[in-house]
Design a protein around this ligand. Sequence first.
Ligand code: F6R
Length: 245
Amino acid sequence: MTKAQFQVFASARAAAKAAAAHIADMVRARPQTVLGLATGKTFVPVYAALVELARERGLSFAQASSFNLDEYVGLPAGHPASFRRYMEENFFRHVDLPPDRALLPEAGGDAATACLAYEQAIAARGGIDVQLLGIGRNGHIGFNEPGSAFDGRTQVADLTPSTIAANTSDFPPGEVPPPQAITMGIGTILEAREIVLVATGDGKAEALARSFRDKPNTDCPGSALQSHGHVTVFCDDAAYAGLKG
Ligand code: F6R
């Protein structure tokens, strides 16, 4: 059985607020915290809660830095569905995190160069202190889809049809997500000193159960987290359903 700690809440909103409060505590205790950030629907209320803490409680990110997990390959800068745009709208433009220290993979140019540069930038900052993660219905973490190696580094990944379908609603009508993204690899993710996974809704129950109940297996990328010594899962009752009892 996994060493991960579970914090289970009655609602998705409560789980998101608790995850945000945990991150805020870390940043207050160590203002230079290196954050690993995630996008997706799960994190909209997490960033909203962090922005509220910044506005109302003076939480400052002025000395922090951040690295996002992933970015689509080939979307023009400023595309409404790019993860850069998501981060600007949900978080960056509302807080004092210095823009030159808020990084996402550079998915517009040569991908191999961008992947290596991203790994080097993370190392130059001393590694990631806390990595925020969501999880896909198929168990993906970042864009590491089933079958990804547990020691993978930042790389170009092919998205599965189910991930493309799940993310199509983020795109303007008539557009679909690009077939590829640059993502931190599972090996990169596991090097973070702490991991905070947020999972809400019954659509995530099976992925959470396969990640933490079953033996680690590359068919479920989330199960790689069982080998990490400091994982906290913030979830609601619905997502926890498959792990009960
Ligand atoms: C996002 C990411 C993905 C999402 C996952 C869940 O940066 O890397 O792994 O965390 O697809 O997405 P939502 O929260 O939209 O269900």
